[in-house]
Design a protein around this ligand. Structure first.
Ligand code: ADP
Length: 323
């Protein structure tokens, strides 16, 4: 049986990562498996920033955003030489399995480490962007959407008081899930996502139509990866509607932090727990995810090849429900 594992967080942090780390550490110890923590993701593997973890080390972290193991983007790990160093350090510490909590970039790194050094690895999807295929759930998305909703609700108060049009940029890199879900939840008039080409004329026509029927308050939620972009959209619309007061707001990094929601805490705990059981059973190169509320495994190679498709039905619903 496997004697020792290591756990790291990599890429962008996401609220709920701590709950997953806690679950990994405590599940491993419960089953008599020693756990090493790795600070700063893959860079920590290369720099030998690896330390033994006990149950008490993960006390009082389930409610905290960020990651107690810290995270990093590592250029060195993109090279074979860097990955050899990482593998040598894992070997030195007697680590026989690795849990990687991160996004698809981190899983690409995991694939390379496994291919070159045969290290058994289980991936846990940790990203607020929810852009990972093979799972309905990624750690932090729920909290990030709730944070965006809270901010947009506040902006809507001002939009309503002044009859203003607000163009609000939310996070999500090249995925539109935060935009789509926060847009629906706040009754946005339009949602623009990277998965669809933005038709500015159509957006303008909707505003024109709404103005004619005295619907003066407008919220347009734009994903940061949208092909047209929130700022250019603001300029174009201000030019088309000079009498309107149009404001552009970027929500930014508030969406990445904060105490995780109940949902992120529970699901991240499930993933951490099952990641350890998977390593114990001899699984490797798989991502543990959640599909239809059941634990589901997907091969890491296939996960990194495609993004989660956007839901057309939800996109269609935006306009109907805001009419
Ligand atoms: P995320 O995991 O959130 O998508 P990144 O894309 O920044 O974040 O990836 C995290 C880290 O994973 C990178 O800094 C790099 O060290 C490693 N990584 C990403 N892609 C590869 C790759 N193709 N080969 C090796 N390592 C990679």
């Amino acid at each position: 049986m496997i004697q020792k594992i290591a756990v790291l967080t990599s890429g962008g942090d996401a609220p709920g990562m701590n709950a997953a780390i806690r679950a990994v550490v405590r599940t491993a110890i419960y089953h008599g498996i020693a756990v090493m923590g790795v600070r700063y993701g893959y860079q920590g593997l290369i720099d030998d920033d690896i330390f033994p973890m006990e149950s008490r080390d993960v006390a009082n972290i389930i409610q905290m955003g960020g990651t107690m193991l810290k995270t990093a983007r590592s250029k060195d790990f993109m090279t074979e030489e860097g990955r050899s160093k990482a593998a040598a350090n894992l070997k030195k510490h007697g680590v026989e399995g690795l849990v990687v909590i991160g996004g698809d970039g981190s899983f690409r790194g995991a694939c390379a480490l496994h291919a070159e050094h045969q290290m058994p690895i289980i991936g846990i999807p940790g990203t607020i962007d929810k852009d990972i295929s093979g799972t309905d759930y990624t750690i932090g998305f729920d909290t990030a959407v709730n944070t965006a909703i809270e901010a947009i609700d506040k902006i809507r108060d001002t939009a309503a008081a002044h009859d203003r049009l607000f163009i609000i940029e939310v996070m999500g890199r090249d995925a539109g899930y935060i935009a789509l879900n926060s847009g629906i939840a706040t009754g946005a008039e339009s949602v623009l996502v990277p998965e669809r080409i933005t038709n500015v004329e159509r957006v303008a026509a909707m505003i024109d139509y709404d103005q004619k029927r005295r619907k003066n308050v407008h919220i347009i939620v734009v994903a940061e990866g949208d092909d047209f972009g929130a700022e250019p959209l603001t300029h174009v619309l201000q030019h088309k509607f000079p009498a309107m007061e149009i404001r552009h707001t970027v929500l930014g990094h508030i969406q990445r932090g904060g105490s995780p929601t109940y949902y992120d805490r529970v699901q991240a705990s499930r993933l951490g727990y099952h990641a350890v059981l998977a390593l114990k059973e001899g699984k490797s190169q798989e991502m543990v995810g959640i599909v239809n509320n059941h634990i589901a495994f997907a091969h890491m190679d296939s996960v990194v090849k495609k993004h989660q498709p956007i839901d057309d039905d939800l996109l269609d619903m935006v306009r109907v429900l805001s009419s």
